[in-house]
Design a protein around this ligand. Structure first.
Ligand code: FBP
Length: 327
């Protein structure tokens, strides 16, 4: 077995072909993942962080700083968009040479932190369109289809980095004995249909009627059509999408209808929906709002929210049929 080829960095270099210096940016994100994994490990040990809830919250900010520092240090990134930063951060001194825009959610699923649940870091990389700081604003708002790489680091029983650079989806598991991400899966393909649905059903009263009908359809008993599906929901998108990627089925965070005006769901396009959509499509799956392909949406703001249906191709297509009222 060729050990070298299994580590992330050499793997990225081996895959580098047409990726230019993108592997270096991905490797920097892996470094951030290791640092955040170590800090999460500390959290568990101290225990006092859980009691003082607001200390937990600091981890989002700390992880954001780590991501900013490692991406700045790459010298290749001009603009950063983060869940933890109100507006895009342009690293002016980097924009002369910096080729990339990185959107990220430093700690996704943060509500799981104080119960020692699974959280993750989600990232999405796009190439800059222009040179110099006057392009920086436009560069921060590109559709998902402009992504050159995307992925997540999942902090669970083991720390796993899953990414795509347009050549399939690969997974690396952190071997804490050598401090290296070692390849654990390559060319991941999602089953065309699954038997698990994942959604927060507490929001059902404000779901669009098509979603209500669809979930009801999945719960009906009909072995001939592989129903009923079973339900799984961690409440951390990284954990729920990771399971869906490996086992098939569908994860949904639908839009909501109601007096409170929240119509576009909760999850953010730039650093949650679009990167997961790129991954899922690369694995043979699908991701839409119920009507529109997530990757085609042009972001109007850094923190724009979108409804998302993501997972196995046949399951998402079926859900779209219900949303469109064709079933
Ligand atoms: P954060 O990035 O602020 O943690 O929010 C995103 C998220 O936690 C997702 O990971 C998860 O899928 C969703 O929100 C859970 O929302 P809800 O609690 O409404 O089910």
């Amino acid at each position: 077995m060729n050990e070298i080829a299994l580590r992330l960095a050499p793997h990225l270099r081996a895959e580098a072909g047409g990726m230019g210096d993108l592997p270096f940016v991905l490797d920097q994100i892996a470094v951030a993942g290791k640092l955040i994994a170590r800090e999460l490990g500390q959290l568990g040990l101290t225990g006092d962080v859980n009691v003082q809830g607001e200390v937990v919250k600091k981890l989002d900010v700390w992880a954001n700083d780590v991501m900013v520092r490692v991406l700045d240090a790459s010298g290749l990134v001009c603009t950063l968009v983060s869940e933890e930063m109100d507006s895009p951060l342009h690293l002016a001194e980097r924009c002369a040479e910096g080729k990339y825009v990185v959107c990220f959610d430093p700690v996704d699923g943060s509500s799981n932190l104080d119960v020692n649940g699974i959280v993750g870091t989600i990232f999405s990389i796009r190439r800059r369109r222009g040179r110099g700081s006057d392009h920086a604003a436009a560069d921060a708002f590109q559709p998902g289809s402009a992504q050159v790489a995307a992925g997540y680091v999942m902090y669970g029983p083991s720390t796993v980095l899953v990414y795509t650079a347009g050549e399939g989806v690969h997974a690396f598991t952190l071997d804490t004995t050598i401090g290296e991400f070692v390849r654990s899966r390559q060319q991941i393909q999602i089953p065309s249909r699954g038997h698990i649905y994942s959604v927060n059903e507490a929001h059902a009263p404000v779901w669009p009627p098509g979603i209500l009908k669809y979930i009801d359809y999945l719960r009906q008993r009909d072995p001939a059509t592989g129903r009923p599906y079973t339900a799984r929901y961690v409440g951390s998108m990284v954990a729920d999408v990771h399971r869906t990627l490996l086992e098939g089925g569908i994860f949904l965070y639908p839009g909501e209808v109601g007096a409170d005006g929240k119509t576009s769901g909760k999850l953010r396009l730039q650093y949650e929906a679009a990167p997961m959509a790129f991954l899922m499509e690369q694995a043979g799956g699908k991701a839409s709002t119920g009507g529109e392909r997530i990757q085609d949406i042009h972001p109007a703001s850094a923190h724009q929210r979108v409804p998302i249906l993501i997972g196995s191709r046949d399951d998402v297509t079926m859900a779209e049929e219900f949303v469109a009222g064709r079933r």
